[in-house]
Design a protein around this ligand. Sequence first.
Ligand code: HEC
Length: 109
Amino acid sequence: MRVKYIKPILMTCALLGLSQWCGASFAQSADQLYKRGLAATCANCHGTDGKGVVDGGMPLINGLSSQEMLTQLKAFKSGAREGTIMPQLAKGYSDEQLTTIANQLGKKQ
Ligand code: HEC
């Protein structure tokens, strides 16, 4: 859901006197959508399940733990690891966003 829809929904909640209930549940789902939205960017190349498009030269990332993925993303961002696409991409995210993405996509131990 796009951010512009959030306001009307919250206003509707307030009008209906449901602000307490709406606020709590909506804040939670908006947070989930934000996290999934950030991670969804990666699916274009790495696949929705992290399996990657191997024939297209995209590496598999579904074997990495969240910590391993974060380490690689930060290395791309800092320039410690070279690459074609990832260095440019990683630089566009804050460290906090990279952590969120890695937590969302990394293999759960
Ligand atoms: C446009 C295609 C593209 C997108 C979008 C993309 N990647 Fe990548 N990714 C690559 C390529 C290509 C590589 C190999 C390194 C390079 O050349 O940059 C790579 C490498 C990686 C690696 C290193 C894998 C390893 O085995 O060490 C990680 C981790 C990774 N990507 C995570 C992500 C995450 C997280 C996102 C979403 C924020 C993302 N990628 C989005 C193309 C992409």
